[in-house]
Design a protein around this ligand. Structure first.
Ligand code: HEM
Length: 400
């Protein structure tokens, strides 16, 4: 355990487990905003800056704040995750390579597949009058994104859905470890098969791209391919379904805001952006590479910092009335839900499209709904990515 830094304000805080985290992690974190930065002894000790400006400044300075560790406690993956745990200049090379893998034709295929999936799911759900939105809507949308990006054969998609459901940090550790192993074994096997074959001319999936691309004039090594593919799994499965689920919870609980959206469908992009800001699910980590200062507080070389992005995005000095979904907020500064600077999320465009499509399609057919009062236990979790386990909704089918 690291010694408590001199003159640090110390708070009893753990982003995995603090009061109120099982009902609303964002509100739970909001309660720690009274100081610009504090130290917690949890998990060996780390700093938590709480102001938008400081968090953004840290994200844009990879020289002073390294990405070598991306989670507290560490994920236990044997090598750095590519590209999220790399620093410049190495980071830039991989980032360029991976950017190619999620822009261009694959990006169009994913957005079309998501659009079709949202329409299909809503047509199926609307007449039922009730559903559990995490399992029935958010996770299937995320799985379509994922299986299209990876070009996973249809017969494997159910197995993948099971494995990825076991990945979040709140899942019991033995099940989680088994899922991690199954996923890395599967990826290693698929990458080897794809490398051994000539890629079909219309191939655009990530696995084939990694298997046949070059870096510095040489093919990627087996471990490099696997590490990049595995990070893309983590990047995709943790984040999107949580964001969609929290967004629907907010709209179910705030009828006036929801009605504004349903009567002004052209505002769906604005709503998606605000919902991302309100529920910035990711909590990033940085390590100071030298002694430095944040908000007049001395940070020592080697100290870890947790960048709780929802603390930045709900900072009242940056966003007045921060917990309200407002359709008239100025576009600047943009939110930090996808991070900022050199590591800003590579999937931001696709993820925003997915959330927008999910909202648009749903509200066209199911404009009013409430949270069902039944025996389902709704629980939220913190950690590297905030999550929501279930959200039962009910509505009257407007077509009846
Ligand atoms: C709502 C959904 C998503 C959220 C909130 C989100 C959030 C983030 C954040 C905050 C980072 C920066 C991490 C850091 O600076 O330490 C990040 C990085 C990344 N994300 Fe996402 N993400 C989402 C969806 C996706 C999707 C769908 C993909 C893939 C298609 C993806 C791929 C990546 C990759 C590859 C990185 C690493 C970029 C780098 O290190 O240069 N993300 N994401």
């Amino acid at each position: 355990v690291t010694a408590i830094p001199q003159r640090a304000v110390v708070r009893d805080f753990d982003h995995h487990d603090c009061p109120g985290i099982t009902t609303d992690p964002f509100l739970a974190f909001d309660r720690y905003r009274d100081r610009p930065i504090f130290w917690t002894p949890a998990h060996g000790g780390y700093w938590v800056p709480t102001r938008f400006d400081d968090i953004r400044a840290i994200l844009r300075d990879p020289v002073t704040f390294s990405s070598k560790c991306s989670a507290i406690p560490e994920l236990g993956y044997p090598r750095p995750l590519i590209p999220v745990e790399l620093d410049p200049p190495e980071h830039g090379e991989y980032r360029t390579l991976l950017t190619r893998s999620i822009t261009g034709p694959i990006s169009d295929s994913i957005t079309k597949a998501i659009q079709r999936a949202c329409a299909r799911l809503v047509t199926h759900l609307a007449p039922q009058g009730a559903c559990e939105i995490v399992a029935d809507y958010a996770e299937p949308i995320q799985n379509v994104l994922f299986t299209t990006l990876f070009d996973i054969p249809d017969e494997h998609t159910d197995t993948w859905a099971r494995w990825t459901a076991d990945l979040p940090q709140h899942v019991e550790s033995q099940r989680r470890r088994a899922a991690l192993r199954a996923i890395t074994d599967y990826l290693a096997d698929q990458l080897a098969r794809r490398r051994a074959r000539t890629p079909p001319p219309d191939t655009i999936g990530l696995l084939d791209m990694l298997a046949h691309t070059e870096l510095g004039g040489r093919p990627l090594g087996d471990e490099q391919m696997l590490d990049a593919a595995f990070l893309m799994v983590l990047g995709t499965v943790y984040t999107l379904s949580s964001t969609i689920s929290f967004s629907f919870r907010h709209l179910a609980q705030h009828a006036t805001e929801r009605e504004h959206l349903t009567t002004h469908p052209d505002l769906v992009d604005t709503a998606a952006n605000e919902l991302l800001r309100l529920h910035s699910v990711a909590n990033s980590v940085r390590i100071a590479t030298r002694d430095t200062t944040i908000a007049d507080t001395s940070i020592a070389e080697g100290d870890r910092l947790l960048l709780c992005l929802s603390l930045a995005d709900r900072d009242p000095d940056t966003y007045p009335n921060p917990t309200a979904l407002r359709f008239d907020r100025p576009p600047n500064p943009g939110h930090l839900a996808f991070g900022y600077g050199p590591h800003r999320c590579l999937g931001a465009r696709i993820a925003t499209h997915a959330l927008t499509a999910a909202l648009r399609e749903w509200h066209q057919h199911i404009p009013a709904y409430t949270i069902r009062d039944d025996t389902t236990t709704i629980r939220t979790g913190g950690g590297s990515v905030c999550s929501l386990n279930a959200l039962p909704l009910t509505w009257h089918d407007p077509a009846l």
